[in-house]
Design a protein around this ligand. Structure first.
Ligand SMILES: Cc1cc2nc3c(=O)[nH]c(=O)nc-3n(C[C@H](O)[C@H](O)[C@H](O)COP(=O)(O)O)c2cc1C
Length: 333
């Protein structure tokens, strides 16, 4: 059961959440993942969940202002509500990017949590947690030029000696952020160690805007626990989406109605794998689509009989017909 504390919150409940003037009829967000949550995967997630908030991959403001029509910004009306995530540290570029994206986006999100060295060196991503004034100036700059809610996604802090997410959240709210999402790890942890959901509960009472909990939510049970521990208004699912595009819908149904999901059959998993692969091929062309898709096979076939041998063959295969025949072998195994 979700604690009463959550259900009693004034403007948000387990059926919907208000982010600025946008009402989302779900508490579940698909987290941004570069190279993963492309147009194709988002559409697949949407097929199962008509209400969850989708998020794009991180879009570099430096790159977008040079080239506005890259495939990363592709979307369509079926995706709505969709949050477009921008990275950068220069207010004029981040604001310009938000303007470019404004007619496609329901919400503009700013990346303040990416831990990778290249991004940190550019003083983007989680490096912004070291410069809250710069981070706040990005929120203000976007708000000045677009009439959409602006949100921020960040971490607990840079390391265990520098946990500043509460002050940082307050500052982003003051700058005009309509919601925040906290990945309950530090920058130094990258993606390992356990997400500290309980720690994030300290935000309750410190800010008035909704906050989302993120990190290690991979099932309906972990979703419920993360919500209870963090006292958050909603949650964002990242890696749990891999091979599991139905997870946001399952979490949503569980949080709203207590409905436990049924295990997907091998046939269903393989059929969705093929649907995902075919859509990537349609989006990127045959060879690029096949190569791009390699990262997804392990997740879709995990736990199936002979998975490791099949995985080895699938991730090296470039011929579509041969891939389909390996999928048939998996079904018959
Ligand atoms: C491959 C990969 C790419 C990611 N790309 C982004 C990104 O573009 N923007 C972002 O804010 N977070 C990004 N993240 C972080 C996720 O959104 C999420 O915060 C993190 O994976 C923790 O959640 P999880 O345990 O549910 O995966 C990425 C994570 C992974 C694994």
């Amino acid at each position: 059961m979700i604690t009463q504390n959550m259900q009693d919150k004034e403007s948000n409940n387990l059926n919907s959440i208000s982010i600025g003037n946008v009402k989302i009829h779900s508490n579940v967000v698909s987290a941004p993942m570069a190279g993963i949550t492309d147009y194709v995967l988002r559409k697949l997630i949407r097929k199962y969940s008509k209400d969850c908030l989708l998020t794009t991959e991180m879009i570099s403001s430096e790159a977008l202002v040079q080239r506005e029509d890259c495939h990363i910004v592709k979307t369509d009306d079926e995706e709505i509500p969709v949050s477009f995530q921008i990275s950068g540290h220069k207010p004029h570029l981040v604001a310009k990017s938000a303007q470019i994206l404004a007619d496609k986006a329901t919400i503009i999100d700013i990346n303040m949590g990416c831990p990778v060295n290249k991004v940190m060196k550019a003083t983007d991503g989680c490096a912004l947690m070291k410069s809250p004034d710069v981070a706040a100036s990005l929120v203000r700059a976007v708000k000045e030029v677009v009439d959409l809610p602006v949100t921020c996604k960040f971490r607990l802090g840079i390391n265990q000696n520098c946990i500043n997410f509460i002050d940082f959240a307050v500052k982003m709210q003051e700058a005009g952020a309509a919601a925040i999402c906290v990945h309950a790890r530090t920058r130094v942890q990258m993606y390992s160690g356990v997400a500290d959901w309980k720690r994030v509960s300290a935000l309750r009472g410190e800010i008035d805007i909704p906050y989302f909990i993120n990190g290690d939510i991979v099932s309906v049970e972990t979703a419920e626990q993360a919500m209870n521990d963090s006292l958050a208004d909603g949650l964002a699912v990242g890696r749990g989406l891999l091979g599991n595009p139905w997870l946001p819908a399952q979490i949503d149904e569980y949080l709203k109605f207590g409905k436990k999901p049924e295990e997907k059959s091998i046939e269903e998993k393989l059929s969705v794998l093929k649907e995902h692969l075919d859509a990537e091929i349609a989006f990127r062309g045959e060879l690029n689509g096949i190569k791009f898709f390699r990262k997804f096979y392990p997740y879709y076939i995990k736990g199936l009989r002979g998975a490791s041998e099949f995985r080895g063959r699938l991730v090296t295969e470039e011929n579509y017909e041969k891939i389909i025949s390996i999928l048939q072998e998996i079904k018959n195994a």
